[in-house]
Design a protein around this ligand. Structure first.
Ligand code: 5MM
Length: 343
């Protein structure tokens, strides 16, 4: 393993003022997104939509350090025949690839899931490296429901799989993004989210250590510590920032170059405001860079503006530019609500 090379990629993924565009929606998820704008999810439409994002030059150059792609997209060419991977590289961003095969029912644990995709992964990683990927992503899904879910069994099997995936990535010269997502769908309060997130992160870093994964060449993609969507008491940005930073300081080793949050269903502006509150209030107390790897919180606005119509490309690119810029500012702790309104 060339740890120096892996570390260089990981550090570039969390460069100041930049973050990651998660454009790795699997076929089912992108169909749902397209359904919401009444657009058909054909191979050409998916290509056109993603090409439009990657050709938003200023957003890509100034605010996006890397793009997570789906298997179909890493093999696709733009309308003019240029590989989409090259479009991304030409902006200075790093192409990445989702390699997990989704979350499936966990045997003997009703309502819980384990992520699959380890079979044949060594060979797939070799191919993805040749196609240009320099980082990868694997997402584990941890639900919170009542007192019994998540079980220790669910967390440990997912942590074990994440570490196996990460070790294989590093062997292939690819930086692993490890994504243990504690879902924000329930009615739990922020303190329950804190406890589950802390337990999950500690279990994950134990497994990464046990399986010899070099943290200097790894990026973490977690949820923020946040109230469940259906909780009657919703924590604000200051409380989310304080509890998220406290939880991560107690669970995430300093050797890790960076943490890139998922947005998890937060509104666009909340995802930006919460990231900003952490960077504005706690930068000097954090050993790692704190950034974004948003899917919905970067794409909801451009997707809506596009609406599946070629005549809306400029408006959609403006919407993407705006969200990328707001999140780039939040990475620096320089965002304010006034900047949203001024746009
Ligand atoms: C873009 O969505 C990603 C792919 O999801 P599926 O495998 O379910 O299709 C997803 O992994 C994403 O990278 C993360 O959940 C972060 O996205 P959000 O929308 O939560 O920021």
């Amino acid at each position: 393993m060339d740890l120096e090379a892996l570390n260089k990629i990981a550090v570039a993924m969390v460069a100041p003022g930049k973050g990651i565009l998660a454009a790795d929606e699997s076929s089912g998820t992108i169909k749902k997104r397209f359904d919401s704008i009444n657009a058909e999810s054909t191979e050409d439409n998916r290509r056109d939509y993603r090409e439009m994002l990657f050709r938003t030059e200023q957003a890509m150059k100034d605010c996006i350090s890397g793009v997570i792609l789906f298997d179909e997209t890493i093999r696709q060419n733009a309308k003019d025949g240029t590989p989409l991977v090259k479009l991304i590289q030409d902006t200075g961003a790093i192409p990445g690839i989702k390699v997990d095969k989704g979350a499936h029912a966990l045997a003997g644990a009703e309502g819980e899931k384990v992520t699959e995709g380890l079979d044949g992964l060594r060979d797939r990683l070799k191919e993805y490296y040749d196609l240009g990927a320099r980082f990868a992503k694997w997402r584990a899904v941890i639900d919170i429901a009542g007192d019994e879910i998540p079980s220790g069994y669910c967390i440990s099997t997912n942590a074990h799989a994440l570490a196996r995936y990460a070790a294989l990535c590093q062997e292939a010269g690819i930086v692993p993004i490890v994504e243990p997502e504690v879902l924000m769908d329930g009615d739990h309060d922020i303190d329950r989210c804190y406890d589950v997130t802390e337990f999950t992160l500690k279990s994950l870093f134990d497994e990464l250590y046990a399986q010899d994964v070099a943290l200097e060449g790894t990026i973490l993609k977690p949820n923020m510590v946040i109230s469940g969507k259906k909780c009657s008491k919703q924590a604000g940005a200051e409380e989310i920032a304080e509890k998220t930073v406290r939880c991560f300081r107690s669970s995430v080793p300093a050797a890790l170059p960076g943490i890139v949050f998922l947005s998890g269903g937060q509104s666009d502006e909340d995802a930006t405001a919460n990231l900003n509150a952490m960077n504005a209030g706690y930068k000097d107390r954090m050993p790692w860079a704190l950034s974004f790897s948003y899917g919905r919180a970067l794409q909801a606005a451009p997707l809506k503006a596009w609406g599946g119509k070629a005549e809306n490309v400029a408006a959609a690119q403006a919407a993407f530019m705006h969200r990328a810029k707001m999140n780039g500012l939040a990475q620096l702790g320089d965002w304010s609500a006034g900047l949203e309104k001024a746009a």
